[in-house]
Design a protein around this ligand. Structure first.
Ligand code: NAD
Length: 472
């Protein structure tokens, strides 16, 4: 018998949902079924696959209300859940437009005039996707869509903390005959994830550095590629020349959206000393204008902290900062309301890099601010992190922002904005340092991760090659 997993509701604190992970034998049978389905999936070609994905889009739209309700119960927030569904729908269309040209075989000359090259690509048969709880629907599908279009079968294991959306999504998927042969979402926790890695040909993992390391090690043992998208501690740098009204609005959104439970949240802010006081006073005023989405989900912008573990981490980081002399200007505590855990937007000054709030991933609506005297100091502070996901720079001069951005060890930088890599997926980027491993998940390169390159080298004349054994 497999152990059931009880699922907590982040608004009420009640365990009101249960999942039953498949036993390893059943998971293995499901993987075999998907592998069989992949043969026909590859054969129908890109036009056929696009037609099927468009049917899936319609099926998701038909399930939209059930999906929204499930995501609200999973995460306790409404507007971000709606945004997640919209993003997946848009992503299906974007990839359907892009994929045909990316999958064209190309013919090329080689350095030898009588040898031609045809470059082809072969999809991995079965791709595994393991996803986290902070954007459960979006992050279960971000890799799934390009992998399917590349011609792979896909098995997805979403987080056991937010699994309620899987039922309506499977209802949608099961109405699309060819797709249900190559796409499955399985419920389960870490054990199921670990078993799944043993059964796939390539793995896309989004989650913590700690689990990512285990996933990377298992993949290395099996000689399969692992694409790891892990944690972050994104910095924002605000130069003296920045538009402060714009910078404070962008940073507030970038830090606090989804209650700060985003890998690319702005988690530390460095402001030029000349504008430091003006900056944080304006940020405090704007932070005060945001309300908790309590008692009803429609009430305000700030949803509950989704997991109890995350609430404990936020509490710990706040306490550590207070003990070491930080000043809290607003928010600043984790409170229990109606059984859920909540935290209001929090602005903190008198912080430094001896504090967890400046060095470890907090994943809360927390905006700790330090001043800097020189640009070099700002760059050093931004780079003083094990993480290298993304960041933001606010400056009147785009040229100067680009120069600074080149010196910051992260893969994506928003200029005069924050968190743009979550909204715009065209820009190719890698995750630097401990924030990840593998090819770009964003941009056209994303689809290439699911293909193995195959080179056809074709002799085009009937002469004997000069490097063959001499027959005289
Ligand atoms: P987590 O690492 O605890 O879990 C992620 C997934 O891994 C879950 O589905 C979990 O069941 C599974 N898992 C756990 N143990 C496993 C094992 N041994 N083998 C295989 N799978 C296993 O992460 P989380 O708490 O769900 O997510 C939050 C983290 O994700 C944060 O660090 C956040 O920054 C990161 N994240 C990164 C990105 C990105 O794009 N870089 C996006 C979102 C979240």
């Amino acid at each position: 018998m497999n152990k059931t997993i009880e699922v907590r509701n982040p608004r009420t604190g009640k365990f009101d949902y249960v999942i039953i992970p498949p036993p390893p034998k059943l998971l293995s049978q499901q993987c075999h079924r998907l592998r069989r389905g992949q043969i026909a999936w590859e054969e129908i070609g890109i036009k056929g696959r696009i037609a099927v994905l468009q049917q899936w889009k319609q099926a998701i739209l038909a399930e939209r209300q059930n999906l929204t309700d499930a995501l609200v119960n999973d995460t306790g927030r409404l507007s971000v859940s709606v945004l997640e569904i919209d993003s997946v729908i848009n992503s299906i269309d974007r990839w359907c437009n892009l994929a045909p040209q990316l999958l064209q075989p190309t013919a090329k000359n080689t350095s030898i005039p009588f040898i031609a090259l045809q470059q082809a690509a072969v999809p991995y048969t079965l791709v595994g996707v393991i996803s986290p709880w902070n954007f459960p629907f979006f992050l279960s599908n971000i890799d799934t869509i390009p992998a399917l279009l590349a011609g792979c079968a896909v098995i997805v294991k979403p987080s056991e903390i937010t699994p309620r959306f899987v039922a309506p999504l499977m209802t949608a998927t099961n109405t699309v005959p060819l797709l249900r042969d190559v796409l499955n979402f399985v419920e389960g926790g870490g054990e199921t994830g670990a078993t799944l890695i043993e059964a796939v040909d390539s793995i896309c993992f989004t989650g913590s550095v700690k689990t990512g390391r285990m996933v990377g090690e298992s993949a290395a043992k099996n000689f399969i590629p692992a694409f790891l998208e892990l944690g972050g501690k994104d910095p924002a740098i605000v130069l003296e020349s920045a538009d402060l009204d714009l910078a404070t609005s962008a940073i507030l959104w970038g830090s606090v959206v989804n209650t700060g439970q985003s890998c690319l949240s702005i988690e530390r802010i460095y402001v030029a000393e000349q504008i430091f006081a003006e900056f944080y006073h304006l940020l405090i005023t704007k932070a005060h204008s945001l309300k908790l989405a309590y008692p009803t989900v429609e009430d305000g912008e700030i949803g509950p902290i989704i997991t109890e573990n995350q609430a404990a981490i936020i509490k710990e980081h706040l306490q550590d900062a207070i003990d070491k002399g930080a000043t809290i200007h607003c928010g600043g505590k984790v409170e229990e309301l109606g059984g859920g855990w909540w935290c209001r937007p929090t602005v903190i000054t008198n912080v430094n890099h001896s504090m967890k709030i400046m060095t470890e991933e907090t994943f809360g609506p927390i905006m700790p601010i330090m001043s800097f005297a020189t640009i070099e100091e700002a760059i050093n502070l931004a780079n003083d992190s094990i993480y290298g996901l993304s960041g933001a720079i606010f400056s009147e001069s785009i040229e100067l922002a680009l120069q600074i951005g080149m010196q910051i060890d992260v893969g994506g930088i928003s200029i005069n904005d924050a968190g743009l890599t979550s909204m715009i997926q065209e820009g190719e980027k890698n995750s630097f340092k401990f924030s990840g491993l593998g090819g770009s998940r964003m941009g056209a390169a994303s689809l290439q991760r699911f293909l193995r390159k195959k080179a056809f080298l074709i002799k085009t004349n009937t002469n004997k090659d000069p490097w063959w054994f001499s027959e005289e």
